[in-house]
Design a protein around this ligand. Sequence first.
Ligand SMILES: Cc1ncc(COP(=O)(O)O)c(C=O)c1O
Length: 432
Amino acid sequence: MTKVRLLGHRQNRAVLHDLFPDTVATDGAMLTLGGVSAAELVAEFGSPLVVMDEATVRASARAYRETAPEALIAFGTKAFPNVAILRILAEEGIGADVSTLGELRFALAAGIDDGARLVVHGNNKSDAELAAAAEHRSLLVADSLEELDRARAAGVERMLVRFTPGIEADTHEAIRTAHHGSKFGLPPHDTLEALRRAPELEGLHVHIGSQLLTPGDAKTAVDWIATFAAKARAETGWTWRTLDLGGGLGVPTNEDESALPIRDYVGIVLEELERACALHRLELPSLVFEPGRSLVARAGVTLYTVGSVKQVASSTTYVAVDGGMSDNPRPALYGARYAALLANRADEEPTEVYAVAGKHCESGDVLIDRVTLPAGPRRGDLLAVPSTGAYTLGMSSNYNVTPAPAAVLVGGGSARLIRRRQTLDDLLALEA
Ligand SMILES: Cc1ncc(COP(=O)(O)O)c(C=O)c1O
């Protein structure tokens, strides 16, 4: 087996390789992941298939834990809600950030049942969610003044308040969360009111957005929140014990984006926080990070099978695959751009530009609008789309009554199912 050859991508080889999991390699013409060939994976588990690389998940978890050993790292479960992945993360000392009862059930099923490692989120928490946070003695992040009162009445003991500083993070507007007018969190004057009303509040939470590929906005958020904490101390006498900086670190999905390594990002944020605390003479709070995407995105590769190949204009040839917006809505939702290669022809030079279409009844169901592949993709070829471990399967739908794909975990030359494929019978069983 050749360690990472991904031939055919000479110009961008290193970059394309960087989009794949740590264990990517080729065996002759065949792409392998975790030591297992793409063709074997599809033959055994079907197509489309989400392949998660255990080594990459563990390495990402360690990067956070080693750079911020004192902090609670709580996985943003929404990025890839899966019990096996939560279990692996728990083995690495990672907790869970959950925003529904469903995500909480998954975390508990993975053995993350110690409230000290659970953070409960949501901009519209139900009474049942507040009661569950109280029962599990988790940290709860209050998202409105009304919810703060309900959470106290429900017996929640440990609480943060989510603060919206008014930062327009440099990311797609659909995944910006701390701008003026955001549906999340409280603006500064309401946050001050929360601290007056509930002086037992343990600290502040800020999450400015997702898929941030540069550290600038995270640094700005740290400065804002430290300035706010100093103002809150001056006006109310309240001081923070905990600061939750949310998630947000981005992961490239195509060759035009560049990665910000976890260790660099966390190091920059920690340094900025120390500087800001010193400036405002604030105690360093205990820290929480809630990474979702950066723990799982690069570990995931989706394998599709090519069906129809059709030239529709002189410059447009569609390569249609057996999935699409039902298993990865991100291109249709926020114009996310992905890369791809032919997993069974990884030794061939990519020379022609194609568009990759999904199989759904929407013109917008185009997974990749421009990708260079070896000439003449054929029915039965396997298309590998890297960096699809976050916000893909977790955001999947059953559009066109399409069963959700299976997910497998690979490592050390073997693969195991971590989510079985839905069947048509599963879907029919919901019908009355
Ligand atoms: C409150 C909160 N924390 C953490 C995350 C995870 O973010 P990311 O996947 O960008 O790291 C999100 C994502 O939307 C979030 O809303």
